[in-house]
Design a protein around this ligand. Structure first.
Ligand code: HEM
Ligand code: HEM
Ligand SMILES: [Fe+2]
Length: 442
């Protein structure tokens, strides 16, 4: 760790990891509900809908804290100065975590706006906005006062500002449900297929730059191409969510065509990453980070690119919309692109944050494979359940519960893979939090 204020990242990462564990435990409860009749008393206390809100909000919270911690780690190195205000960064963390806890407790008592992923009430939204402003101010001031601009920090800042601005569209509640969902997608879609992709490009470029020792110019050249394409396909691609919510008919075309192009920048990212990894020049200290970098690139492509494209055309989405096919895609995309991105920066930063040069990477590798393979299992199980659901409900025209009956087995299989996944996550968290120098070094 070159700069003292990079230590802020450690607090953010630690909280993020603990929330990740909680998210996964609640995920198991969700899957369990699909194949086992939970006693009414338990359902009354913790209904599926509340658990789902826990699972998805925890997901967003831990990932955003990870990105913010990542920014606090990267920005000092890029600007070559300390973070503007360390104190503000800690206050921001306390504010955001406090808001998160209040939101979860509120859900238990029915204090919710009811829109998936954005269900926190307006009052809490305002706290989130204050937290986001503190963050952007701190990062922005660090960059402005340093007066040293790099493409990586520009992309990172651009992605973070884009992310914050889009959040604002999700705050008002529109009485017309169609309009409400229209803007809902501005947050959800333009986050994961716009703003977050910019953040991913910046973080990946930073890690590759540091690990491979390639010239900055080479990494930055790709960054321009990737962000240009991500914005071009991602923004118009929002149309793939407007097919069935009473938006004009031309969205079928715009959404279909542009979202079908969305995998292009992701493919480029994989090629780019692979190229850098192959041509690394320096002696590599941290091999494990590479495992996560390559895993992230490949599963990003599989979850977002491949599983995205299979249901993005209106002709297919007509059958699969809102089914477990969507859930299958949602899991592998979020895991591949953003969980592994976070874990990449965690594995890159943690040894430095703890002043460790070389550590035993075995456990980290085992966790990577445990999590990735079991997530592939979860995705496959949800996918099969989704195909059955689409067929029984939308092709055969049978009832919702008839379809559920045929899906049970596959939801149980998802649960079983989920248990393995949870073990992988817990061991990974242990590995990161209690990392020690390798024996030779000690
Ligand atoms: C890393 C990037 C991505 C993430 C994290 C992601 C995640 C998700 C999630 C969670 C949903 C479900 C939202 C909901 O209804 O609650 C969803 C829906 C969808 N995604 Fe993605 N996605 C990504 C990229 C893509 C790409 C690149 C495509 C197309 C090539 C795509 C196509 C779709 C479509 C068509 C739907 C709507 C499914 C439906 O009609 O039910 N996604 N995505
Ligand atoms: C033990 C592992 C996990 C299990 C068993 C699990 C299970 C589930 C279930 C049953 C749902 C509800 C689907 C529905 O409403 O029908 C869900 C939703 C969701 N989970 Fe998980 N989950 C797990 C881990 C994860 C992880 C690691 C991520 C992200 C990295 C994630 C992201 C999501 C998302 C984005 C949704 C909303 C999907 C949508 O709206 O289409 N889950 N999960
Ligand atoms: Fe989308």
């Amino acid at each position: 760790m070159k700069y003292k204020s990079q230590g802020i990242a450690r607090a953010y990462f630690t909280v993020a990891l603990l929330l990740f564990v909680l998210q996964v435990i609640v995920g198991l409860y969700l899957a369990f509900n699909y194949f086992f009749t939970v006693p009414q008393g338990v359902v009354d206390a913790f209904p599926f809908s509340t658990a789902r809100a826990f699972h998805t909000n925890l997901l967003v919270l831990w990932m955003l804290l990870g990105f913010m911690g990542g920014a606090y780690f990267i920005v000092p190195e890029e600007t070559e100065r300390e973070i503007y205000s360390t104190k503000l960064a800690y206050i921001q963390l306390i504010l955001l975590v406090g808001t998160g806890v209040a939101a979860l407790v509120g859900f238990l008592f029915g204090w919710t706006q009811g829109r998936p992923l954005l269900e926190i009430p307006t009052l809490l939204d305002l706290f989130v906005v204050v937290g986001a402003l503190m963050f952007l101010f701190n990062i922005g001031m660090t960059m402005i006062t340093a007066r040293k601009w790099t493409v990586i920090q520009g992309t990172l800042l651009g992605g973070l500002v884009f992310l914050a601005v889009m959040y604002l569209f999700g705050i008002p509640f529109y009485k017309n449900t169609s309009i409400d969902w229209y803007y809902w997608w501005w947050v959800i879609h333009l986050w994961v297929e716009g703003a977050w992709e910019l953040i991913t490009s910046a973080i990946m470029a930073f890690v590759l730059l540091k690990l491979t020792g390639v010239e900055r110019k080479v990494v930055e050249k790709w960054l321009y191409v990737e962000i240009g394409l991500f914005l071009f396909t991602g923004i118009a691609g929002t149309g793939h969510h407007y097919y069935w919510l009473a938006a004009p008919r031309y969205w079928l075309w715009i959404g279909g065509i542009f979202s079908a192009l969305e995998p292009v920048p992701i493919v480029l990212m994989v090629l780019d990453t692979w190229n850098h990894v192959r041509h690394r020049k320096l002696e590599i200290k941290n091999h494990l980070t590479f495992v996560y970098v390559v895993g992230c690139a490949v599963l990003h492509l599989a979850g977002a690119g491949v599983l995205g494209i299979v249901h993005t055309l209106p002709q297919i989405n007509y059958y699969t919309h809102g089914s477990q096919v969507t859930v299958s895609h949602g899991h592998l995309a979020f895991f591949g692109a953003y969980a592994l991105l976070n874990l990449t920066i965690f594995y890159f930063a943690f040894p430095q944050l703890k002043g460790i040069v070389r550590y035993d990477e075995k456990l980290g590798r085992i966790c990577f494979w445990t999590m990735s393979l079991s997530m592939l299992g979860i995705t496959l199980a949800f996918g099969v359940a989704g195909v059955i659901q689409s067929y029984v409900e939308r092709v055969m025209g049978l009832g919702y519960m008839t379809a559920q009956g045929h899906m049970k087995l596959w939801m149980a299989i998802a649960f079983a893979f989920g248990l393995v996944f949870l073990v992988g996550v817990i061991v990974m968290v242990y590995d990161l939090l209690f990392m020690k120098p390798a024996r030779q070094e000690a």
